[in-house]
Design a protein around this ligand. Structure first.
Ligand SMILES: NC(=O)C1=CN([C@@H]2O[C@H](COP(=O)(O)OP(=O)(O)OC[C@H]3O[C@@H](n4cnc5c(N)ncnc54)[C@H](O)[C@@H]3O)[C@@H](O)[C@H]2O)C=CC1
Ligand SMILES: NCC(=O)COP(=O)(O)O
Length: 334
């Protein structure tokens, strides 16, 4: 099987994304990464860090080579300086995503893996933007996608999907509806099978309130919304447990009972996930018609240009995208 080509968007030009992408030069892991970004930016960052790398325009028929980074050049609007955000380059960051998405849709790429973007500066550029997840859902006309972060722990993989993502905390309770939970859990179930090859996924579902509502004395969302949604889905054959009190859900004995967790909101799930897996964790968008993985961290502006940023998460995102692409190909051929 030929290595699946993974489009790697280099993300915010003032952040650590470009220099992490340089570390993909001579990649010998799974898949064939191709970095989308401004050639001059990548060359400057390589020179700044003293990296001896050949930047080469990507040609599908020319095999990957040691010490060489295959790139697709897309021009910056303005030269970028490490650590200094400039809203003028907001559209450039989005152009990288659009190019990667177009290539995934046409079959040029098997998947995309994204380096971090800075949500604030894209908004400063006049584009309402809450994240790749929502952007790619919108661009592919996908009515609902699910953000899941995953990483390896000493006890095995930890996967945490989110019922709500980039939402102010005060808006979370109203967003948790039975319909949202049902649609979200169906996507998680389907993609744990399709993207991860887990035959009968077991999903642990968190409660929303302390102690999962303490029988209604600390909130009624568990009784009124979450439990009925789980009961309906169990009737369809999904293997669900919960609602679990979130404070003890991430203890080893509880986690051993599931292949993934569904958290009700961003920090309920990701605080535990990042504590356990920072450095090798990744972000996956479930429910999209294409494969998209990402790093689990942000632009780390203070580290840009220092060479101190850890590329482990980007490496893991490229590898996982390649494995997912290989599973998709195997399924089509079966
Ligand atoms: N996938 C994406 O595009 C993501 C983008 N972001 C965006 O990034 C921006 C900054 O977010 P923050 O909350 O400050 O998070 P951050 O992840 O950029 O930084 C948090 C801490 O982790 C450190 N860190 C991050 N990545 C690292 C790496 N690869 N190696 C070593 N240390 C690393 C930073 O130095 C900092 O101390 C925001 O605009 C946020 O929206 C945040 C998460 C994911
Ligand atoms: N906390 C995860 C995050 O902010 C990444 O969001 P996205 O850009 O992957 O949608």
């Amino acid at each position: 099987m030929t290595a699946p080509v993974i489009a790697v968007t280099s993300g915010e030009p003032a952040g650590i994304g470009p220099e992490l992408c340089l570390e993909l030069a001579g990649w010998s892991g799974e898949g064939r990464p191709v970095v989308l970004g401004d050639r001059e930016l990548l060359a400057q960052r390589a020179a700044m860090l003293g990296l001896d790398i050949v930047l080469r325009d990507y040609l599908p028929a020319v095999p990957a080579a040691p010490g060489t980074l295959d790139i697709i050049h897309l021009p910056l609007a303005k030269p970028a300086e490490a650590s200094i955000l400039d809203a003028a380059n907001g559209p450039y960051v989005l152009a990288l995503l659009d190019r990667a998405l177009a290539g995934c849709q046409s079959g040029e790429f098997a998947a995309m893996a994204t380096a971090p973007v800075h949500k604030g500066v894209i908004n400063d550029a006049g584009v309402a933007f809450t994240g790749h997840t929502e952007y790619l859902a919108d661009k592919t006309d996908t009515p609902l996608v699910v953000m899941m972060l995953a990483g390896d722990t000493e006890r095995g993989p930890l996967r945490v999907a989110l019922a709500t993502t980039h939402l102010p905390l005060k808006d979370v309770p109203a967003a948790i509806t039975g319909e949202l939970l049902e649609r979200t859990l169906r996507i998680v179930d389907a993609d744990l099978s399709g993207k991860y090859g887990i035959a009968e996924p077991r999903i642990l579902v968190a409660g929303l309130n302390p102690h999962a509502g303490e029988g209604g004395y600390l909130g009624r969302e568990e009784i009124d919304i979450i439990e009925p949604a789980l009961a309906r889905l169990r009737g369809e054959g999904l293997q669900l447990s919960g609602p679990h009190p979130a404070d003890t859900m991430f203890t080893p004995p509880v986690l051993a009972g599931g292949d993934a967790v569904l958290a009700m909101y961003h920090d309920q799930g990701l605080t535990a996930l990042k504590y356990a897996t920072f450095g090798n964790g990744i972000n996956v968008t479930l429910g999209l018609p294409i494969i998209r993985t990402s790093v689990d961290h942000g632009t780390a502006l203070a580290l840009a240009g220092t060479g101190q940023a850890d590329a482990g998460s980007l490496f893991a995102a490229v590898s996982e995208a390649a494995r997912m692409a290989q599973r998709a190909t195997a399924r089509k051929q079966a």
